[in-house]
Design a protein around this ligand. Structure first.
Ligand SMILES: Nc1nc2c(c(=O)[nH]1)N[C@H]1C(S)=C(S)[C@@H](COP(=O)(O)OP(=O)(O)OC[C@H]3O[C@@H](n4cnc5c(=O)[nH]c(N)nc54)[C@H](O)[C@@H]3O)O[C@H]1N2
Ligand SMILES: Nc1nc2c(c(=O)[nH]1)N[C@H]1C(S)=C(S)[C@@H](COP(=O)(O)OP(=O)(O)OC[C@H]3O[C@@H](n4cnc5c(=O)[nH]c(N)nc54)[C@H](O)[C@@H]3O)O[C@H]1N2
Ligand code: SF4
Ligand SMILES: [Mo]
Length: 689
């Protein structure tokens, strides 16, 4: 007998709905959900079609393990939990009251309920705000930048609106490969006559489509987006093409913006960015002429030491032309992981509780303390350590313990050699579904049930909260993440994290989290389409787009002044190339899941470095040849792939492959506000092997 269970895709932030087909207690296939409304509209991309392949992988972790005499040995849950708790307590007793010695990494791969309990554990049991997750490496600059401009750090509009835009500015998002079913909305807009303006240092599929449909594609130098955006705004303001009504009535600090962009003429930007002046002007005209321009961005904008300024500049452009608070417009950061939006919303961030309530505000701490049954005066009143700061504190010895739930920093964090040093020093607990390079360094491994073995919710990029349903029983001796956190809390002597079902966690979320106030379990069970936050009460229908009619969450929209600043590390004689890193269609992040999927792995089995024909010729490198790539942090051996996708002077490495890990090379330089590392620019060189 075949059963089918409706759930939400576990890969990207699009949030496609999928059936898991179950036979003899195993997930054997997936199928798109064709009925009702859902973000995929009855389609899945290749990752969605094949996600069953990793769920039943024979390599799943099945039992808890403890490091004994140098190697990891299987133990019972009781023994593992006692060992974790003994060590947590010992570390806390050695330095009482110091809330910077323990830290937790939460997970965008886990459900909302699991993220809520993990941050609650950090704050209510360990009394620390040292809790963060991969959003820090991803959209931290979005949360900071859009928070400052609009008062809310989320994607302003919805996926389906994109097809109705007549102009789409796509920058730093390889949408058709990284969010394929959002990409289809862009293709639909093109079919309806929309024009695309693509700004991406590489030639991506959308660059070619933009030109074919009468739009513009600019391959600017990585890290020069502020110059490019300021020049576009410079042209729009100096030619009086902006939306005066919107700017006057709904925004503030226009004079400040005008002053800063007046310094960046299209001619000047053309030199800085390495693009044609006439393309910048043409792009400005297309955007200014639009009835509804949607701006879409992702990691190419955020992962810079100026990531927050890049985001603020995107917001400036959209406010300037009145493209906020209306259908098919907006600033649309595409969130990456399937539940990174939710992990942020539920407070798995060092500076905020759920619903972005600031940890430094006493009334917010008191509110949580009351609901959690703890003493507010003992709570950490300072912003905690962020992901990269945790690794630095581990290396310098001030952080003693790290609990990693569903992250793989030994492949995903910048400067892996540095990360390894830190992880070897701390008491390391890793909770994962596979034996990752991070888990290999652990003192304790806690085996987690996958998304197919638990219940809960994920929140997609358009703020839509959707159900995750249990298809099979937890594999081996694994347990759902929420249950593991509860068991450890209980052994620590705190009973406020014992729940019998994720529904009870959602009940608590409804009370503590104003934007999720009305997204109750009962409503989610009855409404197949989920709800888009803000949804403050149980009679609220949810919110399709934010800041309607210019009513910004912060009152008026704020024009931030962002002068252009160069990336932290520029090419020089020793390291003459710019290294950019990112993703490919077939693999997901650190490859733990996609590389265990035979169908996906068959497409691309190993890592490579993209290099232009000109640079390859200069270096005497042939296509497919093994090369060494070096930076100031380290070196890797990989294969050269000669391609038109990168220009002379630029190389690109996908970061999915642990044996040729891009992050051995990347620069951990941080954006000062968002603390996101500069994954998209560092200096490198290539040598023949
Ligand atoms: N197949 C697959 N899909 C995924 C993922 C995956 O690993 N695999 N990961 C998910 C996650 S978590 C995320 S965050 C998203 C990320 O999705 P994307 O952001 O679309 O992916 P990236 O490859 O990181 O980079 C996007 C683009 O930024 C460009 N870029 C590089 N530097 C710059 C710059 O300085 N300025 C500008 N404007 N552009 C630049 C790159 O050339 C690239 O085309 O994808 C999600 N979807
Ligand atoms: N060079 C470079 N580095 C990057 C980026 C880049 O563009 N360039 N992008 C950054 C970005 S945007 C992101 S989002 C990060 C991603 O960084 P990570 O989050 O570290 O990468 P993932 O591979 O998604 O790791 C998720 C882990 O969770 C595990 N897992 C899956 N399901 C479950 C579950 O149900 N429970 C538990 N406990 N574990 C589970 C997986 O096996 C995996 O080990 O990488 C960042 N790193
Ligand atoms: S587009 Fe994203 S959510 Fe949809 S099937 Fe593909 S990976 Fe899953
Ligand atoms: Mo991400």
């Amino acid at each position: 007998m075949m059963k089918k269970i409706k759930t939400t895709c576990v890969y990207c932030g699009t949030g496609c709905q999928v059936y898991l087909k179950v036979q003899d207690g195993k997930v054997v296939a997936t199928k798109p959900v064709r009925d009702g409304f859902n973000p995929g509209h009855g389609k899945l991309c290749i990752k969605g079609w094949n996600m069953h392949e990793f769920i039943n992988s024979p390599e799943r972790l099945t039992d808890p393990m403890i490091r004994k005499n140098g190697s990891l040995k299987k133990v019972s849950w009781d023994e593992a939990i006692q060992y974790v708790v003994d060590n947590f307590k010992k570390i806390m007793a050695e330095d009482p009251g110091n809330n910077r010695i323990l830290a937790c990494l939460s997970s965008a791969k886990c459900t909302n309920e699991e993220n809520y309990v993990m941050q609650k554990f950090a704050r209510a049991v360990l009394y620390t705000n040292n809790v963060d997750h991969c959003a820090r490496l991803c959209h931290a600059s979005t949360v900071a930048g859009l928070g400052s401009a609009f008062g809310s750090g989320a994607m302003t509009n919805s996926i389906d609106e994109i097809a109705d835009a007549d102009v789409i500015y796509i920058t730093g998002s390889n949408t058709n490969e990284q969010h394929p079913l959002i990409g289809t909305q862009i293709l639909e807009a093109l079919d309806k006559g929309a024009k695309l303006v693509v700004a991406d240092p590489r030639t991506i599929p959308l660059s070619e489509l933009a030109v074919e449909h009468g739009g513009i594609a600019m391959t600017h130098r990585p890290g020069t987006d502020v110059a490019l955006l300021n020049a576009i705004m410079n042209y729009i303001i100096s030619n009086d093409l902006y939306d005066k009504n919107f700017v006057e009535n709904y925004c503030e600090n226009f004079e400040g913006l005008k002053k800063v962009v007046s310094e960046m003429t299209p001619a000047k930007a053309a030199k800085i960015c390495g693009v044609n002046e006439k393309d910048i002007i043409e792009a400005a005209k297309i955007i200014a002429d639009a009835k509804a321009c949607s701006l879409i961005y992702s990691m190419g904008i955020t992962q810079h030491s100026t990531g927050t300024d890049n985001v603020k500049s995107c917001a400036n452009l959209q406010m300037l032309c009145g493209n906020v608070g209306k259908w098919a417009t907006g600033v649309n950061p595409l969130r990456g992981q399937q539940n990174v939006q939710g992990a942020c919303d539920l407070g798995a961030l060092a500076n905020v509780f759920s619903s972005y309530q600031k940890v430094v505000e006493a009334d917010k701490r008191e509110k949580m303390a009351k609901i959690w049954g703890i003493d507010a005066s003992k709570m950490d009143d300072k912003v905690g350590l962020t992901v990269v700061e945790m690794m630095n504190a581990a290396v310098d010895g001030t952080l003693k313990c790290l609990w990693v739930m569903g992250e793989n920093p030994m492949v995903s964090d910048p400067d892996i050699n540095h990360v390894r040093k830190g992880l070897k020093k701390v008491f390391l607990v890793v909770q994962d579904i596979f034996m990752t390079p991070t888990a290999e360094l652990a003192d304790v491994i806690l085996p987690a049930a996958s998304f197919a073995e638990t219940e809960g919710t994920f929140t997609n990029t358009e703020r839509r909260v959707q159900m995750v349903r249990k298809a099979i029983e937890p594999i081996g001796n694994t347990k759902p993440d929420w249950e593991i956190v509860g068991l450890i809390a209980k052994a620590m002597g705190y009973n406020g994290l014992i729940y019998s079902h994720p529904k009870e966690i959602m009940d608590e979320i409804n009370k503590t989290t104003p934007i999720y106030g009305g997204i109750t379990w009962d409503r989610l069970e009855k409404n197949e389409n989920g709800f888009q936050w803000p949804c403050p009460n149980p009679s609220h229908p949810g919110t399709i787009y934010l800041h309607k009619g210019g009513a910004f969450s912060r009152g008026k929209g704020f024009f931030n002044e962002c002068p252009f600043i160069e990336p932290a590390e520029l090419p020089d004689d020793e390291y003459p190339l710019i290294l950019s890193t990112g993703r490919i269609l077939w693999h997901f992040h650190t490859g733990t899941m996609s590389r265990r999927s035979p169908t996906l792995n068959a497409r691309v089995r190993e890592g490579y470095v993209e290099i232009s024909k000109e640079d390859a010729n200069d270096l005497g490198i042939l296509d497919g040849e093994k090369v060494k790539v070096k930076s100031r942090r380290g070196e890797i051996a990989t294969k050269a792939k000669i391609t038109h996708r990168v220009k002379k002077g630029l190389i690109f490495i996908p970061f999915h492959f642990k044996e040729a890990a891009a992050n051995v090379l990347t620069n951990p330089a941080l954006d000062p506000i968002a603390k996101i590392p500069e994954y998209k620019v560092c200096a490198a060189r290539i040598e023949k092997l």
